[in-house]
Each structure stands twice: as structure tokens, then as C-alpha cells.
Design a protein. Sequence first.
Length: 359
Amino acid sequence: MLKDLCFEIIQTCPNKCKFCSSNSSQDKQTIIIFEQFKKTVMHFIKQGGIEELSISGGEPFLHPDLFEMVKFCKDNGIKTVIFTSGIKRASAMTVEMIEYIKNKCKQDLQEIEKHEPWNERLKINVKAYYDRCLTPKSFEGITRQEFEKLKQLGLDKIVFDWQAFEESTDNELMGRKGLITCLMDSLIRASRTGINVDVHFIPMKPNYRQFSDIIECLEISGVKNISVLNFVPQGRGRDNKEELMLSKEELKEFSEILKKEKEHYSGNIRIGIPLNGKISHLCTAGTEKLDIKYDGTVLPCPAFKEMSIETMEKYGIKLHSIYEDLEKVVVHSGKRKAPLCKQVYGFNGDLTDSDEIIR
């Protein structure tokens, strides 16, 4: 059985993250259509099944068939998770709403003219406010109705990418402007809907000291899970490695921040394998764990998107494609003696000597 399959269904994304391993952005157009998704999933089901499938991107909520994909997975008994930035394309404003806003603006201006006809500044500000209301937005948060639908479909978990508390840092790292509130709105809506919510955080030079602020927000919003993952220098992350990757001193400082938050946070803080000093479970990359890239390439793990052919051969990994030779992708059992990512990248240190930090 394939225990962990990560499926990148789209490369398009409202963000342009400095650390993105997939080089995703708004101008990317690569997408895996629903029929190919079903064909690929069925291939692994016939080989013994899939325990958990993670739908990723790009931004999955920009894929037109996301909900059908979730339904297909759940109908086949697969634990299903969505990884998201919490941001999607804005819905078009209805004609009724446009007319309502225009009429409200007219009424307010008439009231000002009646009671304060001399107040030109107020008139200008009111007019500007309603003009902003009528200006189409490119992106917005995920709606409560969408989360309700996902809950009805049986979605097992949704994971939000939250990398900064301060808007300026969010803009810098995520390559967007003024959208952090959309992320927060989405996270709170998902939590209130009752869906199992997790957050992923990657400590980097610009953001690692904001971890405590994010933990406080999670506490307030009732989110009880956060995973701390290692920065992987691939995609745009490779180009920005020097300004993002923590030094040994910064990693040590973050470790102290982490220990402090462990004592105060009522939820669970999980440490990803590359940052763990000791692990009781062994790496399954390329055996019981696979990643399907947005272009159809089958990889042993999401951490190996830019691994060279020579390195692949060194570790006995063969590359396949869901378009060209899906039938050759065979699920193997077994585990590696040590995490492959640590061997390949030589990650810059451990945050803990325990298996994981959990409360």
C-alpha cells in the first residue's frame, strides 16, 4: 500500500513565494486535469490502495475540479488532505450587490448634502469608500460555504501555509501584497466549520522570530496543530538560499523560541523529519511515499524536485511520468535506514533530540 501520496494538481498560485519549490505564480498555467488525476489514483488503488493523499499545488483552490477530486478520493476510502495558502480567485460581484452599493452611496451623499453641505472632504471620502467597494478584487479568502461543502464531502484535514505575522514580512516572503488577512479569515472560517486544521511554518531569516505571534493567533482561533518544517533550497528557494536559510546561531535561537512556545501552547507542535535529531520512524521516500509534480513527474518525496539524475541513480531512484509510463510506477514496501533528505541536502542542524515535540 502507498501510505503517503502528495499530488500537485496545479502550478498556478496567487503567491510568488521566495521559498517555493514549484516556482508557482499567477502566470503559470500547468494543470493536471481531473481524468488524469482519477486514472493515476486508480493505478495506485489497484496496487494495494492509498492510505493518505495530499492535494497540493500551486494553490489547489484555483483548480476548477478540486471538489470533485476530494469527492473521488473519499468515495474510494482515501484519507484526504488539502494544502493551501488560504487564498483563491475572488468571485464576481452580483448585479444586486453592485446596485445596492451604488444606492447606498447615493443615499449617504444625499444625507451629507442635507446636513453638512459645506463638508466637501467628507463627500470625497465617502465617494472614495464606495468606489473601493465597487472595485473588483483579484483574490479573496475561502468562504465558509466552501469549507462546509468540503466537510460534507468528508475532507480529513486542511493545512494552511502561514509564514509571517507582520504584513510586511508576509508580503516579502509570499510575493503578494495585502493578502495576509485573507489567509487569517480562511483559517478562522475553517476552524469554526469544524474541519481538522493544521498550519505549516518554515523558520527562515525574515520570519523565525514571529513564530510566537503566530502561535498566539492559533491559540485564539482554536487551531491545535502546527508543523515546523525545514527550508529546502529548491525552486525559488535555491535562488534565495542566502537570504532565507537560518545560520547555526539563528537555528539555535529558534530552538529556544520553540521550547518556550511548547510550554505555553495548548496544541501540538510537530517537528518535520529533517529538523529532528532523533526519529523513531524511518524514511519511506520512494517506497511507501511518493510525490507527483504538477508536470506529471513522479518523485520519491516533495523534497526532491530538483535532484540530479546522478543523485537519483546513486540512491536507486528511477524517474517516471504519469503521462508517459504510469504503468512502470510500482509501490514498494520498506524503509530507509536514514532520512534521504538529510543525506542529500545535508540540512543545517536539528531542533530537537526527541522524536517530536507534541502536547
